[in-house]
Design a protein around this ligand. Structure first.
Ligand SMILES: *Cc1c(COP(=O)(O)O)cnc(C)c1O
Length: 365
C-alpha cells in the first residue's frame, strides 16, 4: 500500500505567487494539490486502502457508485493493483458529460454503466417513476449497495461520507502541516470544497485538532454549490445515505435522501448529505460554510488556470473561489492572512464544462 502511495505522495504544496499578484492581495495563498495522483484527485488516498483491506479479507469483487467519475477511476485503478473485479454505477448526467472518465475506468479493467440502470431493482423503480432523470449519487449508491447484496463475494465500497474514508484522507493535512512548517507558516483560514466531505476532512482535521485542543485561531470554511447546499441549506437530522433507503441512518446535514440536484458540472458535489463528523463540527460552530453559483465558480477556475497554470476540477474551483474572495477581503482590510486551500483534483476530463462556460451555454445554477 505504501509503495503505491509513493506514486504521488507526498503531494506538492504550492504558494500561489502569481494569483496573489493578480489579486494585489497582501494575503499569502497556499494550495495543496491532490490532482497529481494517477486518477487525478484525492480519491486514491482511500481507494488504495479500501481495495487492500478487501483483498486481505478474500473479497473478489467490489461495487461502487461514482459522481463525476473521480471515485470510479480511483477505485478501478486500486482494484487493478490488488486483482479485484470492480463494478461502477456512474451518475447518468456525468456519464454523458464526461465520456473519457468511462474510458479511463475501462482502461483500469473495471465495468461502468450509467445510473439509474436496469441492472438493479432500485434502478428500475426510479426509471419507471422518472424515465428522464439525470441521476444522483443517492440513486447510484442504492444500485451499488443492491449489487453487493445480490452478488457472490462482493463488497460495497464508498468513496466519501463514512468515517474510515475521512481518516484515510487525513494524510493531506498531515503533509500540509509539515510542509507549511518548513516555511514557518500556519493558516489563518483553511478552505475546502465539500461533496460528502472527504477532501475537506483530509485537509482540515489535524488543524481543527489544534483549534480544539490548543486554542489556535483558525477559520475553517467548507464550500458547496448553491445547487446542492447541504450545510448552508439542509437540516441536521437522521437520514438515509441513499435514495432507496438501504443504508444505515446517518446523523448529518441533509437535503432529504430523495433530493435530486440539478446536473451541475461539479458532479462530485451533488450529494444530498454530508459526513456525520463534518456535520457535527458545523453544528458545534467549529467551522463555517458558504455556497456559490456555477458561473462564478468557473470565473474563478479560469482566473486560477491563467495565473497558476493548473486546470482545476469544477469541484475544486469552489475552494479556489472562496480563497480568492478571502484574499480580496484581506486587500480591503490590509490584513496579511495566510490562506490554505485544498485543490482536490485536476479538470482534464471536464473540458466539456469549460467549453460550455466559454460558449455561453452554461446555466447559472
Ligand atoms: C469527489 C470529489 C470531490 C467531492 O468529494 P469529497 O468527499 O467532498 O471530497 C471534490 N473534488 C474532487 C476533485 C473530487 O473528485
Amino acid at each position: 500500500m505504501r509503495d503505491i502511495y509513493r506514486l504521488w505522495r507526498p503531494s506538492p504544496l504550492y504558494r500561489a505567487h502569481r494569483l496573489e499578484a493578480a489579486l494585489k492581495t497582501p494575503a499569502r495563498i497556499y494550495y495543496k494539490y491532490e490532482g497529481v495522483s494517477p486518477a487525478g484527485s484525492h480519491k486514491t488516498n482511500t481507494s488504495i486502502a479500501q481495495a487492500y483491506y478487501n483483498m486481505k479479507e478474500g473479497v473478489e469483487r467490489i461495487s461502487t457508485e461514482t459522481g463525476a467519475g473521480q471515485w470510479g477511476s480511483a477505485l478501478a485503478m486500486s482494484c487493478c493493483f490488488f486483482d479485484l473485479e470492480c463494478m461502477v454505477y456512474m451518475v447518468k448526467s456525468s456519464f454523458e458529460q464526461k465520456p473519457y472518465r468511462k474510458s479511463l475506468i475501462n482502461l483500469w479493467g473495471a465495468n461502468v454503466i450509467p445510473s439509474p440502470s436496469n441492472q438493479t431493482q432500485s434502478g428500475r423503480s426510479i426509471l419507471e417513476k422518472y424515465p428522464d432523470t439525470s441521476g444522483s449519487l443517492g440513486i447510484a449508491i442504492s444500485e451499488a449497495v443492491e449489487d453487493a447484496a445480490t452478488h457472490e463475494n462482493t463488497k460495497y465500497s464508498l468513496g466519501s461520507v463514512l468515517n474510515h474514508v475521512m481518516l484515510h484522507q487525513t494524510i493531506i493535512g498531515q503533509e500540509a502541516m509539515t510542509q507549511l512548517a518548513k516555511v514557518d507558516d500556519y493558516p489563518d483560514v483553511l478552505i475546502g470544497c465539500v461533496g460528502g466531505g472527504s477532501n475537506f476532512s483530509g485537509i482540515s482535521y489535524l488543524f481543527l485538532q489544534d483549534k480544539i485542543k490548543k486554542g489556535k485561531e483558525i477559520d475553517v470554511v467548507a464550500v458547496e454549490p448553491t445547487a446542492c447546499p447541504t450545510l448552508t441549506g439542509g437540516e441536521f437530522r437522521y437520514d438515509f445515505g441513499d435514495t432507496a433507503e438501504m443504508t444505515p441512518l446517518l446523523k448529518m446535514y441533509t437535503l432529504g435522501h430523495e433530493f435530486v440536484p440539478p446536473p451541475i458540472h461539479a458532479g462530485g458535489l451533488r450529494y444530498h448529505g454530508d459526513s456525520p463528523i463534518i456535520s457535527r463540527l458545523y453544528a458545534d460552530g467549529l467551522m463555517g460554510a458558504v455556497a456559490y453559483h456555477q458561473t462564478e465558480i468557473f470565473d474563478a477556475a479560469v482566473k486560477f488556470a491563467r495565473t497558476e497554470g493548473i486546470a482545476p476540477a469544477p469541484e475544486s474551483a469552489h475552494a479556489i473561489k472562496c480563497a480568492m474572495d478571502t484574499a480580496l477581503e484581506c486587500k480591503k482590510s490590509g490584513e496579511e492572512k495566510t490562506i490554505l486551500f485544498n485543490l482536490s483534483g485536476h479538470g482534464h476530463f471536464d473540458m466539456g464544462a469549460y467549453d460550455s462556460y466559454f460558449n455561453g451555454a452554461m446555466t447559472d445554477e
